[in-house]
Design a protein around this ligand. Structure first.
Ligand SMILES: Nc1ncnc2c1ncn2[C@@H]1O[C@H](COP(=O)(O)OP(=O)(O)OP(=O)(O)O)[C@@H](O)[C@H]1O
Ligand SMILES: [Mg+2]
Length: 244
C-alpha cells in the first residue's frame, strides 16, 4: 500500500533486540477519522510498534510516513509537533505536578500560549471526567485516572494522530463505556486518526473501525471487527484465550 495524504503509514517495520525479534515486517496504516484497534497477546509487539511509530525507538528496518513525509528517523518531539502523539502503558505524567499542570505543560510544549493551555486543560479535565481531580498531584491518582490523564495530556497537543497504549486498563465497566464515547468523539469532532492498543475485547470490537492483530511480532490478521471476531486464527491466538 502506498502513502496517502491524511495518513500515518508504516511499511515493513522490523525491530530486533539483541537477537529477539520484537517486530517483523509489519505494515499498517492509520487514516484520519478512523480508529484502528491493535490487539495481540502479551509480548506480541504492540508497544514496540507504538514506540517505532512515535519515535521512542527506531526500526531495524522499514519506514514510517506521516502525511507524505518520511519521519522514520525523526525524534519523538518533532513528531509531536507535527501532530503525532502517543500515551504510555505505564504512566508518564510528571508525578509532582497536578493533573491540571500536567495537561498545561503538554499544551505549552507544543507552543500553546498560557491562556490557551489553561483553557485546553479545563476542557480536557471535563472531557476525561477528571475535573474533581484537577488539583491532585498525578502521583496520587488511582491507576485508571492516571491513564486518562495520559490521554488528556496527549490530546492537549491537538494531535492529528493519537497512539494509545492500553488507555483503559484499570477502568471499571462504566468508565470503559464512557471512554469508548471519548474515543469516538476524538475521531469525529477532532478528525483524528487513533491507534488503540487494548486487551478489553468488547471495547475494541465496539469502538474500532478496523482491527490489526499481532502475534509474535507479525501481523496475524487485519479487518473489520466482524471479520476479526470470526477469524479462526485470531480466536485461537487471542480472543479465545481471553474470552470468559
Ligand atoms: N527494550 C527491549 N529490549 C529487549 N526486548 C524487548 C524490548 N522491548 C520489547 N522487547 C521484547 O519484544 C517483544 C514485544 O514486546 P512488546 O512490549 O512490544 O509487547 P506487547 O505486545 O506490547 O505486550 P504487552 O501486551 O505485554 O504490553 C517481547 O518479547 C519483549 O520482551
Ligand atoms: Mg505493551
Amino acid at each position: 500500500m502506498t502513502e496517502r495524504p491524511g495518513s500515518l503509514h508504516a511499511t515493513a517495520l522490523s525491530r530486533t533486540y539483541a537477537g529477539v525479534r520484537a517486530l517483523e515486517g509489519v505494515t499498517i496504516t492509520v487514516r484520519r477519522h478512523e480508529v484502528i484497534g491493535l490487539i495481540g497477546p502479551n509480548g506480541a509487539g504492540k508497544s514496540t510498534l507504538v514506540n517505532l511509530l512515535s519515535g521512542f525507538d527506531f526500526p531495524t528496518s522499514g519506514s514510517v510516513m506521516l502525511e507524505g513525509f518520511d519521519i522514520t528517523t525523526w525524534s519523538a518531539h518533532r513528531r509531536v509537533r507535527s501532530g503525532l502523539v502517543r500515551t504510555f502503558q505505564h504512566g508518564h505524567a510528571f508525578p509532582g505536578l497536578t493533573a491540571r499542570e500536567n495537561i498545561e505543560v503538554a499544551a505549552l510544549g507544543t507552543g500553546a500560549a498560557r491562556g490557551v493551555a489553561a483553557r485546553r486543560a479545563t476542557e480536557l479535565l471535563e472531557l476525561m471526567g477528571l475535573a474533581d481531580h484537577s488539583n491532585a498531584e498525578a502521583a496520587t491518582l488511582p491507576h485508571g485516572d492516571e491513564r486518562l490523564l495520559g490521554v488528556a495530556r496527549a490530546l492537549a497537543t491537538m494531535p492529528k494522530f493519537v497512539l494509545l497504549d492500553e488507555p483503559a486498563a484499570g477502568l471499571n465497566e462504566d468508565e470503559i463505556s464512557a471512554f469508548a464515547d471519548i474515543i469516538k468523539l476524538v475521531r469525529d469532532e477532532r478528525n483524528a486518526g487513533i491507534l488503540l492498543i487494548e486487551h478489553n475485547v468488547p471495547l475494541v470490537l465496539g469502538v474500532c473501525d478496523r482491527i490489526h492483530v499481532l502475534d509474535q511480532g507479525e501481523t496475524l490478521a487485519e479487518g473489520s471487527p466482524t471479520e476479526i471476531r470470526n477469524h479462526p486464527a485470531v480466536a485461537d491466538a487471542y480472543l479465545g484465550a481471553t474470552a470468559g
